[in-house]
Design a protein around this ligand. Structure first.
Ligand code: GCU
Length: 601
């Protein structure tokens, strides 16, 4: 046995050195996985709940060469193996563990996931293992070999597994750790539930060895008559041609590869995408015998003074904030049907805009919102008091920004990238967020940059927007809870706002809480009447802000938060929803609906 251990140790040291090199195989993101040849790895996975990370560290707290990731099986009846995925718990993927197991409701720590799968693809193809999201840190192993680690709970990541898949049976193991950390993004405290797990879908994607990898296709900045784009190709040859066609526009061009990238422009007059006409075009990209199709909208977006201008016309963003909390079953949204329910409620509310708070939502939500005609604010979870003077925190935030932009850069509906929510003023924070905003513009100079601020001052009796971050962003989000966290609802209607920034403001959060079905006088906290009065007075206030370009009140639906302890009212739910998590509309829903449907803004 000792000899075998020695062999293992030698093998592990070789593998671990190799895998350090392998870690670099975590690649940028393949664009448009829906348009690829994917095998779903969703379904039941085996799990081992491992709060002491015994599956990874030995009793000297050193990484084990034979951790749970090798999925060891007994070979003789005397073997000592103190774990066995196949006789342990099973969990549904995608999905958080908190709402699938009562014992894991509050669990924060490591859970090992294992999935067996059969592969009979041909080995001259390329293959990627693609995770739409894992909260919060995922270390992925294929057939016992470490592929790499991803940090960040709300953005996709993938590993190139070309040549690593066995003909026949394979297994993937993922070490998921959702422990909150001070240096993480988000940091240790948030007002939403820390749902852990493989919370979004997992795909095995096979593509030709030479394949279209990434692309960007959209109207040239504010030129509705010119479509511009680029395509990157893996394993292509210099000068090889990529073909791009938009049949409905009767347009088809080719572009030559230079260093793996082909750029192109197409003169065209597409019908522009807008909330009232969410027109999407079939766009085909082909290279050799590979052809992928996407559905892409074309529109222009910019600001002119305090106006947001869509397709050359000012637009007022009639919005609502949404968390990725599933209606009815609660927990993380896991299906496109749940996305459609939330979006249908927003449509009923009279919205043309949604703020996907406080992290990138799943891709299905963005694509469905685009089909239904919602303009979108998408954000990374740089929330409250992240460690602004910590380099690894910045690198993490920037990586999540890159992954968010990479995934959704072809979604015309997305008009705003937000880099922060309610971050306290200070030099390190201003430097951190300015750097993020600069990076966002570098990655995508076609969209507007914003942030939600709760740092207003006052001037001559008016609320005054003086946060220096206002200089950096294109659009200023303001979170203000008059009538809830400060003042009585009746105080709000007469509040005036002032700013020195000649920029649009969005009331990115406003509102108050109510327990659905609790009724009383409008001065009684938690009644629907109180919440309705908060909305009535804040709407009156918003009517008088002449540089207001929109609102996304907080929030469409009650959502779970570990900060909300008033058992008789909250029971772990933030009750600021206009709709309960069971789909029951509160009085305030109709107050806001009336404003959106009947205001001629
Ligand atoms: C803040 C914060 C939200 C939070 C809300 C509240 O503005 O941005 O994440 O849920 O207030 O207190 O309900």
């Amino acid at each position: 046995m000792k000899y075998l251990n020695l062999v293992w140790l030698i093998a592990f040291s070789i593998i671990s050195n190799l895998s350090k090199a392998q870690e670099s195989i975590k690649t940028d993101l393949l664009q448009n996985i829906q348009g690829r040849n994917t095998t779903s790895l969703n379904g039941m996975w085996e799990i081992i709940v491992d709060p002491l990370e015994n599956g990874y560290y030995n009793h000297r707290y050193k990484a084990k060469p034979d951790g749970y990731f090798i999925n060891k099986k007994m070979e003789s009846p005397s073997d000592l193996i103190e774990y066995d995925f196949d006789s342990d718990w099973q969990i549904s993927v995608p999905g958080d563990w908190n709402t699938q197991f009562d014992k894991l409701y509050y669990y924060e720590g490591t859970v090992w996931y294992k999935r067996d799968f059969h592969f009979n693809g041909n080995s001259d193809e390329a293959a990627y293992l693609y995770f739409e999201a894992v909260n919060y840190e995922a270390t992925v192993y294929l057939n016992g070999e470490k592929l790499g680690t991803h940090v960040g709970g709300y953005t996709p990541f993938q590993f190139d597994v070309s040549g690593k898949l066995k003909e026949g049976e394979n297994f993937v193991v993922v070490k998921v750790d959702n422990k909150r950390k001070r240096e993480a993004v988000p940091t240790i405290n948030t007002d939403w539930w820390n749902y852990g797990g493989i919370t979004r879908s997992v795909h095995l994607i096979t593509v030709p060895k030479k394949h279209i990898f990434d692309y960007s296709i959209q109207l040239a900045n504010n030129n509705p008559d010119l479509i511009e784009g680029w395509v990157t190709v893996k394993n292509g040859k210099e000068g090889e041609e990529v073909a791009i066609s938009i049949p409905e526009l009767k347009k088809s061009v080719t572009a030559k590869l230079t260093d793996g990238k082909a750029s192109f422009s197409i003169k065209a007059k597409p019908v522009l995408w807008s909330p009232s006409n969410p027109k999407l075009y079939e766009v085909n990209l082909s290279l050799g015998n590979e052809r992928i199709t996407d559905r892409i909208g074309f529109r222009t977006i910019k600001t002119e003074g305090a106006k947001i201008v869509l397709n050359g016309k000012p637009v007022f963003l009639k919005g609502i904030s949404i968390h990725e909390e599933a209606p009815f079953k609660t927990g993380r949204v896991v299906s496109v049907e749940e996305c459609r329910i939330l979006l249908t409620w927003a449509k009923e509310l009279g919205c043309n805009f949604i703020r996907l708070a406080h992290y990138p939502h799943n891709e299905a939500m963005v694509r469905e919102a685009e089909k239904m005609g919602f303009l979108i604010w998408s954000e990374i979870p740089v929330y409250w008091t992240v460690l602004f003077d910590n380099e690894s925190t910045y690198a993490n935030a920037e990586n999540q920004l890159k992954e968010m932009i990479s995934r959704d850069k072809n979604r015309a509906a997305v008009i705003l990238w937000s880099v922060a929510n309610e971050t306290p003023e200070g030099e390190p924070r201003l430097k951190f967020l300015t750097q993020l905003a600069t990076k966002a513009r570098e990655l995508d100079d076609s969209r507007l940059i914003t942030a939600a601020l709760d740092t207003q001052g006052s001037r001559e009796g008016a609320k005054f927007i003086e946060d220096p971050l206002g200089k950096v962003v294109d659009v200023i989000g303001i979170n203000n809870y008059c009538g809830w966290y400060a003042g009585a609802p009746g105080d709000c209607a007469d509040i005036k706002w002032a700013t020195d920034y000649n920029k649009p403001m969005i009331m990115s959060e406003v509102g108050g809480g109510a327990l659905y079905g609790l009724h009383g006088e409008k001065n009684e906290r938690w009644t629907e009447e109180y919440q309705a009065d908060v909305y009535k007075n804040n709407i009156e206030m918003m009517r008088n802000i002449d540089f207001l370009a929109g609102a996304s009140p907080w929030i469409l639906m009650d959502f779970r938060s570990a900060r909300r302890h008033l058992r008789r009212i909250q029971g772990d739910f933030n009750r600021k929803g206009l709709i309960s998590e069971q789909g029951m509309k509160k009085q305030a829903f109709y107050i806001l609906q009336d404003y959106y449907l009947n205001e001629n803004n």
